[in-house]
Design a binder for this molecule. Structure first.
Ligand code: GLN
Length: 284
């Protein structure tokens, strides 16, 4: 055997160990994904090549990407995309990476959305919710975000997924050019209590945008604001759906009950944690 041997198998073992030593959770699956990405091979082709030598060009790319992952830069930011609702989304450091938990919100909303319905997504970030509604629910979707950098990502995601979404920059409803009424408002707003942010994994704490996470001292500021103005933007019997933190179901339900909402439902995610609150608006 050649002593400078660098087979795919050997490289995969080495980078798995390097990531694991750096404390990266899921080191072996991240190592495999980086190797697939940098070699341009899917897993079955990778398996067939395991005893071949890794090309120099792939080794160089991999070297850079493994160094980034060791610094706990999220894998999705390194490879530049993630999957959400079976669709591909571009991501960078300006947006919260779309989470599987948020698919529960989209699935609940899709049960209620009919083609052509007017839907508003507040705090759109990467645009994952808005684009999924336009693509899978054939809805007429408007989305707002306070960050221009996030909106650039959301616009790119709408374009790459071949849908039209009306994007506006600004603070929640203030971004909208005119006061309109919607069949549904959804939001996955920042909902983490400020004091909890420093206890999160480095991938989130140090590399995802703080404005996408920070829900102020009690985590509820955005729910209060979105609910209290929602009566000006929802049609009678319109739907409001939120993603929530696992311990916010009671507090958010209470806010809705105090603001002319009924049919309030708390829905769990796949880990059996409360994750979505859905309700219907009645003007009285
Ligand atoms: N709407 C985006 C998402 O669900 C961004 C949410 C946010 O930035 N808080 O991933």
């Amino acid at each position: 055997m050649n002593c400078s041997s660098n087979t795919y198998r050997e490289v995969l073992a080495r980078i798995t160990e390097a990531l694991s030593k750096a404390g990266v959770p899921d080191a072996s699956s991240d190592a495999r994904i980086l190797l697939e990405e940098d070699s341009g091979l899917d897993y079955s082709h990778l398996l067939m090549q395991m005893n071949e030598q890794l090309p120099e060009e792939t080794a160089e790319k991999l070297h850079v990407h493994v160094a980034q992952r060791k610094k706990r830069i999220p894998l999705q930011q390194i490879i530049g995309y993630t999957e959400f609702m079976g669709l591909k989304f571009y991501v960078n450091e300006h947006v919260l990476c779309p989470r599987q938990d948020t698919e529960v919100l989209v699935e609940e909303a899709l049960k209620k959305i009919k083609p052509g319905m007017k839907v508003l997504d507040l705090c759109t970030g990467s645009g994952c919710i808005a684009v999924s509604f336009a693509k899978l629910g054939f809805a007429d979707v408007t989305a707002t975000d306070i960050s221009e950098d996030a909106l650039a990502v959301a616009r790119r995601n709408a374009q790459e997924n071949g849908v039209d979404v009306h994007f506006f920059k600004g603070d929640l409803y203030n971004a909208l050019p005119e006061q309109d009424r919607y069949d549904m408002i959804v939001s996955n707003p920042p909902y983490i209590c400020t004091s909890v942010i420093d206890t999160l994994e480095p991938e989130v704490r140090d590399h995802e945008p703080r404005i996408a996470l920070d829900g102020t001292a009690d985590g509820l500021a955005f729910y209060r604001r979105i609910i209290s103005d929602s009566g000006n933007y929802l049609k009678e019997c319109g739907h409001l759906l939120f993603e929530i933190g696992y311990d916010q179901g009671t507090a958010v339900s209470e806010l809705l009950r105090n603001n002319a909402y009924e049919d309030i439902q708390v829905i769990k995610d796949y880990s059996r944690n409360d994750r979505v609150v859905a309700a219907r608006f009645t003007s009285q």
